[in-house]
Design a protein around this ligand. Structure first.
Ligand SMILES: [Ca+2]
Ligand SMILES: [Ca+2]
Ligand SMILES: [Ca+2]
Length: 697
């Protein structure tokens, strides 16, 4: 969505209570007039990036931005904060007993071992992978989610060797089948359980690296389907299409880049009407967020067969495909709106005014922001209405069946009734997964800095994950803009790493709703607010490609962190070459395919290298992160699983620095191929080292 960002971070209790009330809304809605949101024309937003309600793909609206749970030092002039006092933890996730897990702390006395892993029956691959333990000098410990109400057998593996030892502190044991014993943990239950993602299928979505193909702006494979509607070029259709994406798949562009998942813009037929934005410019529906016929493909993008061909080609090239699905609203030219007015909220705030978000109704109120219209020409589905909900979910399921896609990116999730998500997940489980035998990944967009609002939807009966906006904002300040320290980033990540439990978040530095990341990475950042929507330069004073290499190196550092930590990293098309652009629509320029600058070449090569390195090291994708050292400009951490440990040393500074915290030893730097000595690792300016113990031939 985008235009959203709105809504206060409701506590869960708050939200569910309001959801129950929602059907009585027409009489309950009062006080719909929000104060105007300030700052969006200046790029110095004190609230959210953007309120322009013409394009739900436009970057957030209202402000619930905050940095919940971080140790950053907010600047009251630039850091958006919530106006809503609600906080509160999300409820425990919902899942079957078979998926429930209780955290258990395994302990083993530290007698000077170099490493200890706890191995056992607690995980599907438990006896081969296990869990690495960490020592405080007295005891080795590891916190492991163990199956609900199920006995667990385990042993400790010492020094990574074949020496497996029963728990000296646990008298309960059973025969291990090899003439020895396994320690036995009695069945347990717990108040606070987690849910095992219990992924079915052959693809583990923790291994996903996502590339956002903004179809209209990517590659024009068929000039025969081009058709302009006559608005300014930057807001008109450009001509990119599914045939063009397929051509790039077959050229090997994505495989060479090292991504394995494509996110495609909304495929359904959009209106050919133009719509005016609050910036006074007219826009076409090139972005895909003005659907008018959910049963037809967008003719500018091609035919359904061409989309099927794209998916088939992607699969043949080991690429997954996820479709953007925008369920919140339709364009008012849609037949379904004419035929079923009762499936939509009226554009009426009950007080004699409209219910456009940010105008007659509020982006922030958790009842109003479910029913408000993003613009006065985008009727908002009322998914409290079971028939409307079924129509929408049926349609979403049909697109999966018709195209064979592997997942959805779901737009604006906090602007629809929760029940749509519950229904969608249930239908995916009953109608799709038994046939495909692969897990259908659903990642949501909730444009906010509030972690708890984002987390609310990350649960087995709703979403697998969401885009990690809070992480993106902290990365922008600490790595790109350097207005906050790496210490702040480390502190943020230390709590963010586990915040979403077993959810598979998509981590990112750029998307289509915020100005191009390269400009925050310039020696003097083009904006001084990480939340800016960049609209102040979207039409006039459009930024050029930065010269030199420093901005590209800083952006490369941000990607280095994303590619060496957990989550599904997202590359917004063109960010792999640091494409320039201010706010929407300038952040959606046609993809640049040739004539790269030295800085662009350097960044592109680094992204390719990072893809190879991430694929080669399971610890980077699935391991546990631990901060090893941090200072204003430097940051070191380890990523560890039972198979290996990888060390990452970052220096954002403009001169070479010594990064501490890596254990003494000799390492191979996977980025350069150089041999590097620990414990004090020398890292050149604006660069990183990814260190592994070299494998002896
Ligand atoms: Ca075309
Ligand atoms: Ca169309
Ligand atoms: Ca809505």
């Amino acid at each position: 969505m985008d235009l959203t960002a709105g809504g206060p971070a409701a506590s869960v209790e708050h939200m569910s209570r309001l959801r129950l009330l929602a059907s009585f809304l027409p009489v309950l809605v009062t006080a719909c007039a929000d104060p105007p949101l300030g700052g969006e024309e200046t790029g110095q937003a004190t609230t959210p990036p953007d309120t322009t309600p013409y394009d739900p793909s436009v970057g957030g609206s209202a402000g619930t931005y905050s940095t919940t749970g971080t140790d950053s030092t907010p600047d009251s002039d630039t850091t958006p904060t919530t106006t809503d006092g609600t906080t509160g933890e999300p409820p425990p996730p919902m899942c079957d007993d078979a998926q429930k897990r209780c955290d258990h702390v395994f302990t083993y006395p530290d007698n000077g071992e170099s490493s200890v892993d706890v191995m056992g029956s607690f995980a599907a691959d438990g006896w081969t992978a296990g869990a690495p333990m960490t020592s405080d000098g007295t005891n080795w410990t590891a916190t492991v989610p163990v199956p609900w109400d199920t006995a667990v057998q385990y042993k400790f593996r010492v020094d990574g060797s074949d020496m497996w030892i029963v728990d000296p502190a646990n008298a309960n044991s059973v025969d291990d089948g090899f003439g020895g014993k396994n320690s036995l943990l009695a069945p347990t239950t717990c108040e606070e359980f987690s849910c095992d993602s219990a992924l079915i299928g052959t693809f583990d979505w923790r291994d996903s690296v996502i590339y956002f193909v903004f179809v209209d702006r990517f590659n024009n494979g068929n000039k025969g389907n081009d058709k302009l509607i006559g608005v300014e070029a930057a807001a008109d259709w450009y001509g990119g299409d599914w045939a063009g994406v397929t051509a790039k798949i077959e050229e090997g562009y994505f495989n060479e880049l090292g991504v394995n998942t494509l996110w495609l813009t909304v495929p359904m037929d959009n209106t050919n009407d133009q719509g005016i934005g609050t910036d006074g410019y007219f826009y076409s529906a090139y972005h895909g967020y003005w659907p008018s016929d959910l049963d037809q493909p967008e003719e500018h993008f091609g035919t359904l067969q061409e989309l099927k061909d794209l998916v088939a080609s992607a699969h043949a090239h080991d690429l997954k495909v996820i479709l953007d699905y925008a369920m919140n609203h339709m364009h008012d030219s849609a037949a379904v709106y004419a035929d079923h007015k009762d499936w939509f909220w009226p554009n009426d705030n009950g007080q004699g005014g409209d219910c456009v978000c940010g105008a007659g109704c509020s982006w922030e109120d958790t009842v109003q922001n479910k029913r408000c219209w993003f613009t006065d020409y985008l009727p908002d589905f009322n998914f409290e209405n079971a028939a409307a909900r079924k129509f929408s979910v049926d349609n979403a399921i049909k697109w999966i069946k018709d195209t064979g896609v592997d997942g959805f990116r779901l737009d604006a999730v906090k602007h629809i009734a929760d029940q749509w998500l519950f229904d969608m997940r249930a239908r995916v489980k009953s109608d799709i997964e038994p046939t495909t035998m692969e897990h259908f990944y659903m990642v949501g967009e909730t444009f906010t800095g509030q972690q708890d609002t984002i987390k609310y939807y990350v649960r087995p009966d709703m979403l697998d994950g969401q885009f990690d906006f809070p992480l993106r904002m902290q990365m922008a300040t600490s790595v790109l803009m350097r207005s906050d320290s790496m210490t702040s980033l480390a502190g943020f990540m230390d709590q963010n790493d586990t915040y979403y439990g077993s959810g598979i978040m998509s981590t990112f530095i750029g998307n289509h709703d915020i100005p191009r990341a390269i400009h925050l990475a310039e020696d003097t950042p083009l904006w001084d607010n990480q939340w800016t929507d960049g609209k102040d330069k979207a039409w006039n004073g459009k930024p050029p490609l930065p010269g030199g290499t420093s901005a590209f190196q800083r952006l490369g550092l941000a990607f280095t962190i994303l590619y060496t930590t957990k989550g599904a990293p997202l590359v917004y098309y063109g960010d792999e070459i640091g494409m320039p652009g201010a706010g929407d629509p300038d952040n959606r320029r046609p993809m640049q395919w040739t004539n790269y600058s030295a800085g662009q070449d350097l960044l592109l090569q680094q992204i390719k290298d990072l893809g190879v390195i991430r694929a080669a090291h399971s610890a980077l994708r699935r391991g546990t992160r631990k901060t090893l050292s941090v200072a204003a400009d430097t940051f070191a951490y380890e990523m560890k699983d039972a198979m290996e440990t990888v060390y990452v040393a970052i220096n954002r500074g403009d001169s070479e620095a010594t990064v501490t915290g890596v254990p003494a030893g000799s390492y191979m730097d996977e980025l350069t191929g150089a041999m590097v000595e620990g414990a004090n690792v020398s890292v050149p300016a604006r660069s990183a080292r990814i260190l592994v113990v070299p494998v002896m031939p």
